[in-house]
Design a protein around this ligand. Structure first.
Ligand code: ADE
Ligand code: ZN
Length: 326
């Protein structure tokens, strides 16, 4: 069995991390005071106590409220720096970070403020610790495709800092097909493409993401287990899944970690990876996610190692950069 020391010693990449979901209650509280933004909690303990979810939407409602304390470039820097310090503790040497610009631009914050704050922290981690990173701009799927297109347009002056686009927020009722046009625009701009699919939504949404959005990775994707043909396709085409175990149990996708299919998919030869999603809300960063698999599914050292190697294979590092870690 892979214990915490073994997990920690493995160099890892993280490929599914929403930076707004790394906002710890302590920083949330501090920023609410610093920026004079009212929050419906009077203490850090009260915030933590509110983090009980029964599905994706019940989480998103609290997650978007939490993000409302982020105003200035420095806030985005502080948020990102705090996450990168956790990466350092967890031996995450490369990270590909999601951000949700619409959560901020809706409140009148310029997308440049968001991108500059995050990017400045990424550069600091690179120069101080040699940590590499990429930034992925996510469209909120509960909003319209026109809104997503306007967001992509507003990001054009900053594209040198953006590796790709993604699709997140409320999955059910908002299929990938809704965003076919904006993903084609992103492709034309030379951007990589990923999408959340098959988290709460059906396996069909995974097919749509592959066929209509031409994504090169699927975020979550765990509901592929309901479709044998799709599993074979993911294996044949070597489509990585960025799986988030603690997220899936926190949002009641599974009642218990012992039901999680990740190691079964690994043994079938799929390129599955382990990620934290929204660690401030779901009970832990990357190493905690690996550890949960040891504790509930008996993950071996050999399996942990394969999962870590998959995280680099599935990353947007160049082949020669990957060689350093594989
Ligand atoms: N936004 C932040 N975390 C998310 C998740 N797990 N699924 C969809 N949207 C999200
Ligand atoms: Zn996610």
């Amino acid at each position: 069995i892979a214990d915490l020391d073994f997990i920690k010693a493995l160099p890892k990449a993280e490929l599914h991390l929403h930076i707004e979901g790394s906002l710890e209650p302590e920083l949330l509280f501090e920023l609410s005071r610093r920026n004079n933004i009212g929050i419906p909690f009077s203490s850090i303990d009260e915030i933590r106590a509110a983090y009980k979810f029964h599905n994706l939407q019940s989480f998103l409602d609290i997650y978007y409220k939490g993000a409302s304390v982020l105003i200035h470039e420095q806030d985005f820097y502080d948020l990102t720096m705090a996450y990168l310090q956790r990466c350092r503790e967890d031996n995450v040497v490369h990270t590909e970070i999601f951000f949700d610009p619409q959560t901020h631009t809706e409140r009148g914050i310029d997308i440049g403020v968001v991108i500059r704050g995050i990017h400045r922290a990424l550069k600091a981690a690179e120069s101080e610790w040699g940590m590499s990173s990429q930034l992925i701009l996510c469209f909120l799927r509960h909003l319209s495709e026109e809104d997503a297109i306007a967001t992509l347009e507003s990001a054009k002056p900053h594209l040198e800092f953006i590796k790709g686009v993604g699709l997140d927020s409320s999955e059910l009722g908002h299929p990938p097909s809704k965003f076919q046009k904006v993903f084609a625009m992103a492709k034309a701009l030379g951007l990589e493409r990923v999408a959340h699919a098959g988290e709460e939504g059906p396996a069909e949404y995974i097919r749509e993401a592959l066929d209509l959005l031409e994504v090169s990775r699927i975020d979550h994707g765990v509901r592929c287990v309901e479709d044998e043909t799709l599993i074979e396709r993911l294996k044949e085409q070597e489509i990585p899944l960025t799986v988030c175990p603690l997220s899936n149990t926190a949002l009641c996708v599974y009642d218990d970690m012992s039901q999680h299919p990740i190691l079964g998919l690994l043994e079938r030869g799929l390129c599955v990876t382990v990620n934290a999603d929204d660690p401030a809300y779901f009970g832990g960063y990357v190493n905690r996610n690996y550890l949960a698999l040891s504790e509930s599914l008996g993950m071996t050292r050999e399996q942990a190692k394969r999962l870590a190697i998959n995280s680099f294979k599935a990353s947007y590092l160049t082949d020669s950069e990957k060689q350093k870690w594989i």
